[in-house]
Design a protein around this ligand. Structure first.
Ligand SMILES: [Zn+2]
Length: 306
């Protein structure tokens, strides 16, 4: 009985070995896409049942797989700029057609991030966009001291990277032939954070819309208030809210915020939630605070108590 069990175990083990071997070869075939070498490995591993031959296979197969995968990586690096990876399903979308499909993932339909310029181009009638307060630049009002990089230098680098002066673009344009006042926030510029310039630009737009009796649209994409400007950035929440109160309650005009991924912090706490109708993209991240931050704060508090 023991003998038969032993031989059965041996047989099962060798079967598993040969199966795994064939799987490795099939994987390498998919990675490399070449027929000759991998076919040989597959046939030899399936046919060769003895332990010795499979060990030899190991030594032989390990080299080509490494070489093939490294060349494969080089190729993906080379053509990386042609593709956009989805944040939701990690599927690849061809960049050439991505803009015409309104930044929607082909595989899962997820709404991917869009720059403010792309959104203006997409939603406003061509040739009708008139920007406002384009030359307004943030100073360093509280002389924020950072060991990593001074606040002013950070703004400079973001201006060079995005081609924008601040994290929001405001202006007047036509939407399907109707004049609208529109503000579009840009997450690429310091995480769309709301500093004094962002607050001032939006407030001026609301005041202009109130004066001219225009409908107002604000596309939100923000990580919240800008910490480098301290309480000055928090004051923008109240400033915008009071301008909106005049616009909505006194003049009875129409305001629509559009929430895109992510809309958090001070923006959610002020103009993001004050709309007559609030539109949000599907599966968009909306909140006041991130969960991780809460956990950290709790831990800190515990330490203080102990
Ligand atoms: Zn996707």
């Amino acid at each position: 009985m023991n003998d038969t069990q032993y031989t059965w175990n041996n047989h099962i083990n060798s079967c598993i070995d040969s199966y795994l071997q064939s799987q490795i070869c099939i994987d390498s075939y998919i990675v490399s896409g070449s027929d000759n070498s991998s076919n040989n490995y597959i046939s030899s591993s399936i046919c060769g049942e003895s332990g010795n031959s499979s060990k030899n296979e190991d030594a032989r197969t390990s080299d080509p797989i490494i070489r093939e995968s490294s060349t494969d990586l080089d190729v993906t690096q080379k053509y990386r700029h042609l593709w956009v990876q989805c944040e939701n399903c990690y599927g690849l979308n061809y960049k050439k057609f991505f803009k015409s499909k309104m930044n929607l993932c082909e595989q899962c339909g997820y709404h991917l991030k869009m720059s403010s310029s792309d959104r203006i181009e997409l939603s406003i009638d061509p040739g009708t966009w008139e920007p406002m307060d384009e030359d307004m630049v943030s100073l360093d009002p509280i002389e924020f001291h950072s060991e990593e990089e001074p606040y002013k230098n950070r703004i400079d680098s973001y201006q060079r990277k995005t081609g924008l002066t601040e994290a929001v673009q405001t202006g007047i344009g036509q939407l399907d032939g109707i004049n609208v006042a529109i503000a579009v926030m840009d997450f690429q510029f310091m995480g769309g954070s709301m500093g004094s310039v962002v607050g001032e630009k939006i407030t001026r737009l609301i005041e202009y819309a109130t004066k001219e009796f225009l409908p107002l649209i604000i596309v939100c994409a923000s990580g919240g208030a800008r910490m480098q400007e301290g309480s000055l950035s928090l004051m923008q929440m109240a400033k915008i809210s009071s301008a909106l109160y005049d616009y909505q309650s006194n003049k009875k005009l129409f305001y629509v915020p559009i929430l895109t991924s992510p809309t958090t912090g001070g923006v959610t706490a002020s103009f993001g939630m004050l709309g007559d109708i609030i539109i949000a993209e599907p599966n968009v991240g909306i909140g006041k605070k991130k969960k991780k931050k809460k956990k950290k704060k709790k831990k800190k508090k515990k330490n203080v108590i102990l």
